[in-house]
Design a protein around this ligand. Structure first.
Ligand SMILES: [Zn+2]
Ligand SMILES: [Zn+2]
Ligand SMILES: [Zn+2]
Length: 460
């Protein structure tokens, strides 16, 4: 990267004064790319003190601001914060599988399954894959659709071919159906858990109302975007005693029985979107993958799931934040098919069916609303709990090193939002250098830890 002259000047000025303060602020904000600037000064008084424009940073030029990490999970927005989120997601899942972080290690012996739920088809799309070490043909067929387009493709697409996942005919493809499916997938999952309990009661030959006194099913659910823009749901499901997470269920239940109960539930769970324009029924696709998880698999499963934690609908970064207008969607960088999904979601948001689902707000997530990771209360610890123990660990470390924490703000007074980002491009550059080192160190640490997946060490 070529540095411009004003940037070099700013970097030199900072090196001459305030570099230590910057490093301290960067460290406090975990080397975030776009930290939130907070201040004890009420907004009505900020103007005088904060809005003066300085072209050159000086030692005192932090303007009484406190920089707080943006905390996003999306890699395309902030690589430092997404790295932390990914680590926390992994710890949260591992604690649910093996115990630790306050969860009883006994959970590792309880029946647990890992299930992947998929969406049905909304039209033919280009696909890739391999069989016997050879790439498969996309979709051999000589048929044509009503629009005169070929419904076959004899190419052998590679993984990185951008066309993979996009429809053979845009007009035939049911974009609305695909977006509405994403939007309703969480609700479909909720419905499935109800059927699951009923199916399990049937299998165990107990009354539904009695089952809840014998078994509690806890889960963690994460989403993954497929190339076709639909979400996959990866779910870990564990059976415990309803009274005590550290105890096994009060009735004998196996992972295989849970698997059968899931398959029964999946076949019957449906959501109807009874809007005036269409009476759509949302149900699962045919591909459901379910396997039991035992202790030996735990680290592998946790890594597999955490891999998706920092992703957005597209890796290009075009779909990582909310759109204000339909026009904005056209100008972002993302595969055409995914942009059409986003446009469909935005347009649906202007209509009755999508207004209730608030689809314009979730257009960047292609209609899927809500969090990457959701869990039932008993499955594991929460993200905020992990943040708290990390904070305590950091404070203990600092004390051990004999360092003092000099807060640039008074924590007993209210904090106000001022802006976002580092104050100078030069500061952002210097923090960027530190960020790279920080991420490298984390990756190295994780690789070392991978050798000992059950280690309950500090969260870095
Ligand atoms: Zn950040
Ligand atoms: Zn193809
Ligand atoms: Zn067509």
């Amino acid at each position: 990267m070529m540095l411009s002259e004003p940037l070099i000047e700013q970097i030199l000025d900072r090196a001459a004064g305030g570099y230590e303060e910057l490093t301290r602020a960067a460290n406090g904000a975990r080397f975030c790319r776009h930290p939130v600037q907070l201040s004890n000064i009420a907004p009505e008084y900020q103007w005088n003190r904060l809005s003066a424009t300085y072209e050159r940073p000086s030692k005192s030029d932090f303007r009484g601001l406190y920089f707080k990490a943006c905390g996003t999970r999306r890699r395309t927005r902030c690589d430092a914060c997404s790295e932390i989120y990914k680590g926390d997601a992994r710890h949260l899942i591992l604690a649910g599988l093996l115990g630790g972080k306050g969860v009883s290690p006994e959970v590792a012996t309880h029946p647990t399954v890992f299930a992947t739920f998929t969406a049905p088809s909304f039209g033919r799309v280009h696909r890739c894959g391999s069989r016997g070490g050879k790439r498969i043909v996309c979709g051999p067929s000589s048929a044509r659709c009503v629009h005169g387009r070929r419904m076959g493709c004899w190419r052998r697409h590679s993984e990185d071919d951008e066309i993979v996942g996009s429809p053979l005919c845009d007009q035939c493809y049911d974009y609305e159906g695909a977006v509405l499916w994403n939007a309703a997938s969480s609700k479909l999952w909720q419905r499935t858990t109800i059927y699951l309990r009923r199916s399990l009661a049937k299998l165990l030959e107990v009354r539904g109302s009695d089952l809840s006194k014998m078994v509690r099913l806890s889960y963690v659910k994460v989403i993954e975007y497929q190339r076709r823009g639909l979400v996959h749901l990866h779910v870990l499901l564990r059976a415990d005693s309803p009274d005590d997470v550290s105890m096994p269920p009060d009735v004998e239940v196996s992972a295989v029985q849970i698997e059968i109960a899931i398959r029964m539930a999946v076949a019957t769970a449906k959501i109807s979107l009874a809007d005036t324009e269409s009476n759509r029924v949302i149900s699962w696709g045919e591909q459901i993958d379910i396997r039991p998880v035992d202790e030996g698999d735990s680290a592998k499963v946790a890594n597999y799931i955490a891999k998706y934690a920092t992703k957005s609908a597209s890796d290009s970064g075009g779909l990582d934040r909310r759109f204000r207008t339909q026009r904005e969607i056209a100008s972002v960088e993302a595969p055409r098919h995914l942009k059409m999904m986003a446009e469909t979601a935005f347009a649906l948001g202007q209509r009755e069916v999508g207004r209730d689902l608030n689809l314009a707000m979730w257009a960047h997530d292609l209609g899927h609303r809500g969090h990457f990771l959701t869990k039932s209360r008993q499955f594991s610890v929460t993200f905020s709990y992990l943040r708290q123990i990390r904070q305590l660990w950091r404070e203990a470390q600092r004390e051990e090193l004999g360092g003092t924490v000099d807060q640039p703000y008074n924590e007993h007074e209210p904090l106000y939002f001022v802006g976002q980002g580092w104050l100078f491009a030069g500061d952002a550059y210097l923090v960027g250098q530190q960020r790279n080192e920080y991420i490298e160190a984390r990756v190295l640490f994780r690789e070392q830890k991978a050798e000992e997946p059950q280690a309950q060490g500090a969260l870095i």
